[in-house]
Design a protein around this ligand. Structure first.
Ligand SMILES: Cc1cc2nc3c(=O)[nH]c(=O)nc-3n(C[C@H](O)[C@H](O)[C@H](O)COP(=O)(O)OP(=O)(O)OC[C@H]3O[C@@H](n4cnc5c(N)ncnc54)[C@H](O)[C@@H]3O)c2cc1C
Length: 287
């Protein structure tokens, strides 16, 4: 449980962090809350030569309301800060997910940026941010700032669209437009709290269904969305049989994970149950 030797540098500004990433990107890792990276280093599953600690960069912390009602959430904003912010209640799926993550210690240290950049295939917020159609703000010294739509950000297990020299600055969550309701439901693995299957749903004028814990990365369940939209066109979207027929497609095109906690068949069945519950709860919240 002792990590391999590494260099440590604490960045005193975003520009300094970017300069360090430009110089050492491929061999370095950003250190935010440390609750995913440090356990991996202790198990020697990760051996970065250098840690660039961004933990004291207050400019990466906090929640800003944007014109139109969207929220810009700084990368270093912790789960605990999000939980305490009354504006989060507008994003019901996010409010559902936050208290489920880890325990008090994890929520006090873990950051939204760390969760997204780490891209654990079973992280809770990834599915929620897919359903809310978030945008990731990233910056590098060489190429400046860019916006990455969350749908496409996750490229595989622990793999994202971020380049080695890029820092994740913030996540922008647009205000839900029109009449929509959202919800997140998950079956947690009891010891770790990570979802065996978690589903975030946004329904109403827009339909987005996103899944975590099931495949090699979080994903939008396009065929479920299409089936719900087809049912809406027929006027039957709220009916039990229409929801059951739609959620039957929750793992379409996905190679379902199997492990000691859940074999693929059970995990797929739980994904269907969580999808049905999330859709029904989101529908009940339609405003
Ligand atoms: C006991 C325990 C239980 C947990 N349970 C859950 C759970 O139920 N659900 C869940 O979703 N998660 C869970 N987690 C994980 C937790 O949410 C992590 O804190 C989070 O995933 C990572 O955030 P962090 O700030 O700790 O990131 P770190 O560990 O500091 O970093 C994680 C990775 O992201 C990179 N990174 C971090 N910030 C940036 C940035 N701004 N720009 C570029 N790269 C960056 C790092 O280089 C590293 O590769 C648990 C963790 C523990 C220890």
């Amino acid at each position: 449980m002792i990590p391999a030797a590494f260099e440590y540098q604490r960045a005193t500004s975003v520009d300094e962090a970017l300069a360090l990433l430009a110089e050492h990107g491929a061999e370095a890792k950003i250190l935010a809350g440390g609750h995913s990276l440090l356990p991996l280093m202790k198990l020697r599953l990760a051996r970065p030569e250098r840690l660039i600690d961004i933990g004291r960069l207050d400019e990466l912390r906090g929640i800003t309301e944007l014109p139109g009602g969207g929220l810009r959430i700084g990368a270093l904003t912790t789960y605990a800060t999000l939980l305490e912010d009354p504006r989060i209640s507008r994003l019901a799926a996010l409010a559902d997910a936050l208290p489920r993550i880890g325990d008090v210690q994890v929520r006090n240290r873990g950051t939204i940026g760390g969760s997204i950049a780490h891209a654990d295939p079973a992280a809770d917020l990834t599915a929620v941010l897919l359903a809310l159609d978030a945008v990731v703000m990233a910056r590098s010294a060489a190429r400046g700032q860019r916006e990455i739509p969350i749908d496409g950000f996750f490229e595989g297990a622990f793999s994202t669209a971020l380049a080695d020299d890029e820092l994740l600055l913030a996540v922008v969550v647009p205000a839900p437009s029109g009449s929509v309701g959202s919800a997140y439901q998950a079956l947690d693995q009891q010891a770790s709290g990570y979802p065996i299957a978690g589903v975030a749903a946004l329904v109403g004028e827009v339909t987005r269904i996103a899944v975590t814990g099931v495949g090699d990365r979080p994903y939008r369940a396009a065929s479920v969305e299409a089936a719900l939209e087809a049912a809406a066109a027929r006027g039957s979207e709220g009916q039990e049989h229409a929801i059951e027929a739609a959620v039957a497609r929750i793992t379409d095109g996905v190679e379902v994970n199997g492990d000691i906690h859940a074999d693929p068949e059970y995990r797929a069945a739980m994904a269907r149950v969580m999808a049905r519950r999330a859709i029904e709860l989101a529908r009940a919240r339609l405003g």
